[in-house]
Design a protein around this ligand. Structure first.
Ligand SMILES: Nc1ncnc2c1ncn2[C@@H]1O[C@H](COP(=O)(O)OP(=O)(O)OP(=O)(O)O)[C@@H](O)[C@H]1O
Ligand SMILES: [Mg+2]
Length: 458
């Protein structure tokens, strides 16, 4: 039921409006001045306020200003006995929805229509807002969640690129959603009714990958008992997703380059050149430019596949997506398990939002799945989260790094200690007592360490 507040210092007017509008089915309250109205609005959310302009204490215009500031969703209609163009203009400027003139010919029917229209208008506005929110949340790409600016920008790219036939290279850390994006590109593209074939190039030994991709002829190698189509042929007309392309051996890179240039394949052990019409989407969690610089990835192939580069941001750079992702996974789990949908406690969410997610969305999904499995109440509480997330402290993680070849912690710490001693000595002009103070240790311990590290005066 819509809630109306009528503000007028004239009792007869309040009663008339209340009577007419309550009969229209609204919940109607009244206030005899602006102050009482504002007091009431602190506790109660009104959809519409009808206020007189001329009132002692606070004028209707002042009230209008306050309402706009504290409750921008509430619609305000002004009533006045003597409408002057100026006050009307001022009221509209301040955001009044409409104007009622209470002269001798005050028309009750006109009032009803005016109120109904104003309310319909707000309802419409609210619906549009909800729909817009829903659109942003759902992001128009079915199951890819992301309200963050980075993800929204990515959706725009997908929308633009999907309808073309161009080759796309998707990069991003492990678990950021590269495969999901590849599928979205396919399903929003011109080949969506044909197959999407996904190959993990890192999962096959070199020769196996070749026969997997291009197929083979009977007798091409031991075990090739029949002729067999490869995945390029299977994907014919559709899309082939070459995942982990950075893992491809140099020899395979040459073969793939040839396929991309000439749009034909040759089966292992075969001589015939078979034309293939396939859209190629590749993905990698390596930095292919670095691999090219190192000589591990062919530059010509890199140029071929990275016609359109799409980069997926790591989850730690879009923490604002975490609540939606958590909801999304809880929803999915509830559907799959047939159990009621859990909610995430604000406390647990806080931990999830401040963690740095090296495994990105996949790690988050696994975390939620685990919590869902072990949670016996209807709320995911922090106790259901792994220790590494509960006790995560960004400072520790930022300061420490272990180099490739490992680290000799003991001598590293000794060096560090020595540097602190030296720094303290030079800061205090070689005063041992003050140096010990700076490092908050007894002078005797300080002297002991000086001997240990053979630090002498100056
Ligand atoms: N934005 C997202 N919205 C919803 N689910 C997501 C999102 N991103 C990733 N996921 C989910 O996270 C999991 C990992 O995603 P995906 O397999 O696409 O990552 P990836 O980048 O290919 O990882 P890897 O490099 O390890 O292969 C999947 O279950 C996927 O559905
Ligand atoms: Mg993947």
């Amino acid at each position: 039921m819509q809630r109306l507040l009528i503000v007028d210092d004239e009792q007869s007017m309040r009663e008339l409006l209340e009577h007419v509008l309550a009969r229209e089915g609204y919940h109607v309250e009244t206030a005899e001045n602006g102050r009482v109205a504002l007091e009431r609005m602190k506790e109660y959310a009104f959809d519409l306020v009808i206020s007189d302009i001329q009132m002692p204490d606070m004028t209707g215009i002042e009230l209008l200003e306050q309402v706009r500031a504290t409750s921008p969703e509430t619609v305000v209609i002004m009533i006045t006995a003597f409408a002057t163009v100026d006050t009307a203009r001022q009221a509209f400027k301040l955001g009044a929805e409409d104007f009622i003139i209470k002269d001798s010919g005050f028309d009750v029917d006109e009032l009803k229509v005016l109120v109904r229209k104003a309310i319909e208008k707000t309802q419409l506005r609210q619906r549009v807002e909800l729909l817009q929110k829903e659109l942003t949340r759902r992001s128009s790409f079915d199951n890819i969640i992301g309200r963050s600016a980075k993800m929204q920008a990515l959706f725009r790219i997908i929308e633009t690129v999907a309808p073309t036939h161009s080759t796309v290279l998707i990069t991003g850390e492990s678990g950021t959603g590269k495969e999901l994006v590849a599928r979205a590109l396919h399903s929003h593209g011109p080949r969506s009714n044909l197959s999407f074939v996904s190959v993990n190039c890192g999962a096959f030994a070199e020769t196996l990958l070749e026969s997997e991709l291009f197929g083979y002829m009977k007798g091409a190698f031991t075990g090739a008992a029949t002729n067999k189509k490869g995945l390029f042929e299977a994907a014919s007309g559709g899309t082939i997703f070459l995942d982990e392309i950075g893992e491809m051996s140099p020899a395979m890179q040459v073969k793939l380059l040839r396929v991309l240039q000439e749009r034909v394949i040759r089966r292992v052990g075969g001589t015939e050149e078979i034309p293939v019409d396939v859209r190629v989407i590749a993905a990698t969690n390596r930095n292919l430019e670095d691999e090219v610089a190192k000589g591990a990835f062919r530059q010509d192939l890199f140029y071929r596949i990275s016609v359109i580069p799409v980069e997926l941001p790591p989850l730690r750079e879009r923490a604002e997506d975490i609540p939606d992702l958590v909801d999304h996974f809880l929803e999915k789990l509830a559907k799959a398990s047939g159990r009621p949908r859990l909610t995430c406690s604000p406390e647990a969410l806080r931990h999830l939002e401040s963690y740095d997610w090296p495994g990105n969305v996949r790690e988050l999904e696994n975390t939620i799945e685990r919590a869902h499995a072990f949670e016996s109440t209807s709320m995911v509480e922090p106790e259901r989260l792994p220790q590494r997330i509960l006790h995560y402290s960004p400072r520790d993680a930022a300061a420490v790094s272990i180099p490739e070849g490992g680290i000799d912690l003991e001598s590293f710490l000794a060096e560090l200690e020595k540097s602190y001693l030296r720094e303290a000595l030079s800061r205090t002009n070689f005063n041992q007592t003050r140096s010990a103070e700076l490092l908050r240790m007894p002078v005797r311990s300080f002297r002991h360490l000086m001997t240990k590290y053979r630090l002498r005066d100056r």
